[in-house]
Design a protein around this ligand. Structure first.
Ligand code: IPM
Ligand code: MG
Length: 354
């Protein structure tokens, strides 16, 4: 098969991890007889430097017309001025919105060889295997009004947590669909004791849940969820939540896996290309050193193969190769290993070929 993939490596370590992931995709192409045509485009800080905008219309169009988009990371100290008119993160948010990818899937699986890499006690980590489903194009990130204004000599800033019923409905529905072939449990996370939007969220979760009698639905307040994620993470199967809550909870959940560098994500819409990115940021402190962990991006390619390109065998091949490399003790510096980005990828590729 022939697939077009738009690459937006972005800033910091983004280009380094995307480069390694493309090497893995090339091996998949050779092994399974596919052709991947890559289109590389600027996004984030590098796009601001070149074009004055974090996402240009041309780049968005090249993402929309691809079969899938692979993203590295955006942002960095160079563009961090809180007074700045354009910010790298705006590019990422505009891309998510422009692709309509309302569902961000963040699987968190703890590899048995890495239970000691996490600050959470090893006995709590054995068997952790969850997917956090983060709503991605609504909620506190996108609600209007969103502004700063001077009122009678005092400055006021406002963000709005807003949801339409259909936005909640479609994400909850997806969470139940994901739970069906898994452990059949959905944990819906909200703050229904305080927030109106959460009360609508919970009401819709209950409604949708009635259609899935074989799936257990539990409701968790977001503060409780933060605690449960480290106290009893094996009890979570599919966790579904609002955009901002999901942003925070997935950084926390990444600690279970030993390093942020391990975690992939898939962002999906009702149709059109999916957006695939590691959950880590641009890590400016280690950019250019060739030591970034490429696994999150490589596993994002597996999700791309599974969800957008419908190549399940190929997806599983990457996941197995990563698992085997880690079992053999191949680790990057973030996991107290010795391997650089390219060497870690070499080890994964060797197992993909072998
Ligand atoms: C993430 C990141 C982004 C987000 C930033 C870079 C805008 O933290 O993907 O989790 O908040 O969504
Ligand atoms: Mg985040």
């Amino acid at each position: 098969m022939n697939f077009t993939i738009t690459l937006t490596p972005g800033d910091g370590i983004g280009p380094e991890v995307v480069r390694q992931a493309v090497r893995v995709l090339d091996v998949i192409a050779a092994k399974f007889n596919h052709t991947f045509t890559y289109r590389e485009r600027l996004l984030g800080g590098c796009s601001i430097d070149q074009f004055g905008a974090a996402l240009t219309d041309e780049t968005l169009a090249d993402c929309q017309s691809a079969d899938a988009v692979l993203l590295g990371a955006v942002g960095g100290p160079k563009w961090d001025d809180p007074q700045a008119k354009v910010r790298p993160e705006q590019g990422l948010l505009a891309l998510r919105k422009g692709l309509g990818v309302f569902a961000n899937l963040r699987p968190v699986k703890v590899h048995p060889a890495l239970v000691n890499a996490s600050p959470v006690r090893a006995e709590r980590l054995h068997g952790v295997d969850m997917i956090v489903v983060r709503e991605l194009t609504g909620g506190l990130y996108f609600g209007q009004p969103k502004e700063r204004r001077m009122i009678d000599g005092k400055e006021r800033a406002v963000d709005t947590l807003e949801y339409w019923d259909y936005e909640i409905h479609r994400i909850i529905e997806l969470a139940f669909q994901l739970a069906l072939p898994r452990k059949k449990k959905v944990s819906s996370v909200d703050k229904a004791n305080v927030l109106e939007s959460s009360r609508l969220w919970r009401q819709i979760a209950i409604e949708v849940g009635k259609k899935y009698p074989t799936v257990t639905l539990e409701h968790m307040l977001v503060d409780t969820a933060a605690m449960r994620l480290v106290a009893s993470p094996t009890n979570v199967d599919v966790m579904v939540t609002e955009n901002m809550f999901g942003d925070i909870l997935t950084d926390e959940a990444s600690v279970l896996a030993g390093s942020m560098g391990m975690l992939p994500s898939a962002s999906l819409g009702a149709s059109g290309p999916g957006l695939y990115e590691p959950i880590h940021g641009s890590a400016p402190d280690i950019a250019g050193k060739g030591i970034a962990n490429p696994v999150g991006t490589i596993l994002s390619c597996a999700l791309m193969l599974r969800y957008s390109l419908k190549c399940e065998k190929e997806a599983a091949a990457i996941e197995t190769a990563v698992e085997r490399a880690i079992s053999a003790g191949c680790l990057t510096k973030d996991l107290n290993g010795k391997l650089g980005s390219a060497q870690m990828t070499d080890e994964i590729i060797a197992r993909l070929r072998g």
